[in-house]
Ligand binder design. Structure first.
Ligand SMILES: [Mg+2]
Length: 298
């Protein structure tokens, strides 16, 4: 009787802004003559009034929408159109990295697939409009703005992804819940799925992020058997300080690296090796269980 080998999936889950590219929301603001250095401090001021972080920046965005305001008659189609312009903004080594990792696994292993995901506090419509995101990523989760049904102009917050909410999407990826299904039924994530039946076990998941909003994802993935890599800009003293005190000292990540994904870059090489190593472990686990099955049938 021939054995059926179940395809196992390895998932690389990324934050977007400052991890895969420079901050996309800041670039969007600049494109409409809003200075990020004015916008973000105003957003942090709102936190003191009790706003949650994504609600604060989304409110300020919406305050700038309208006739004769900087964002004009902004629609989600307009945000997707802006996303299309970001293909050249990915950090060095991308998108070649995605092809390399997939090919490396496909050439050496059978029945092991690699998938890529984004969990971001940025705007989902911007990601949806981007060709590289559409081509390589199985899902990209982000904040959403709702539109006026007649004019299509965005006028309310539809979905905001806080730093702790980000972990929800890790569990959806883990349990194999499709993005479209969870959008219309957010309680799906609570579904009781036995560990052995989860589509992507946490030991097959690596999370890559740069910010304080990524800490719950780092911790969740690491505690449940996966791995976490941090990125930072070493030319920025404040980000370097944060990398040391918030990420490295508490051992939340395996290491902090510049966001460079070429095969000769530290992060690019380590991620390729992590995926390859995990695929080899899956192969060994299969061989062991196959031997155990054939021995027991003797
Ligand atoms: Mg980020």
């Amino acid at each position: 009787m021939s054995e059926v080998t179940v395809t196992e999936i390895i998932a690389l889950v990324f934050d977007l802004d400052d991890t895969l590219m420079l901050d996309s929301t800041s670039k969007f603001l600049q494109a409409h003559s809003i200075k990020p250095e004015d916008f973000w401090p105003r957003s942090y001021e709102l936190l003191k009034q009790g706003y949650d972080q994504p609600s604060a920046y989304l409110k300020l965005l919406l305050d700038n929408v309208g006739e004769s305001k900087p964002l004009g008659r902004l629609t989600n189609a307009g945000l997707r159109g802006f996303g299309e312009t970001l293909d050249g903004d990915f950090f060095p080594g991308l998108p070649q990295f995605f092809d390399d990792v997939r090919n490396q696994v496909a050439n050496r292993f059978k029945n092991i697939d690699v998938e890529f995901y984004i969990i971001s506090g940025g705007l989902q419509a911007i990601m949806e409009g981007n060709k590289i995101v559409k081509k390589y990523f199985s899902a990209a989760y982000g904040c959403q703005l709702g539109e006026d049904p007649d004019t299509k102009i965005v006028n309310h917050i539809k979905r905001s992804i806080t730093f702790t909410e980000k972990t929800r999407y890790l569990f959806e990826i883990n349990k194999g819940i499709k993005q479209r299904d969870s959008e219309i039924n957010p309680f799906l994530v609570n579904k009781d799925v036995k560990q052995e039946n989860r589509r992507i076990p946490f030991k097959n998941i690596v999370f890559i992020g740069d910010g304080l909003t990524d800490i719950p994802c780092f911790s969740t993935v690491k505690q449940l058997g996966g791995q976490a890599f941090g990125v930072f800009d070493p030319t920025n003293p404040e980000k370097t300080r944060r990398a040391l005190l918030e990420f490295l000292v508490p051992k939340r990540v395996m290491g902090m690296y510049r966001p460079r994904y070429g095969d000769g870059d530290e992060l690019g090489a380590l991620l390729r090796m992590w995926v390859f190593n995990r695929a080899a472990e899956i192969q060994i686990e299969r061989d062991i269980s196959r031997k155990a099955t054939s021995n027991s049938s003797l």
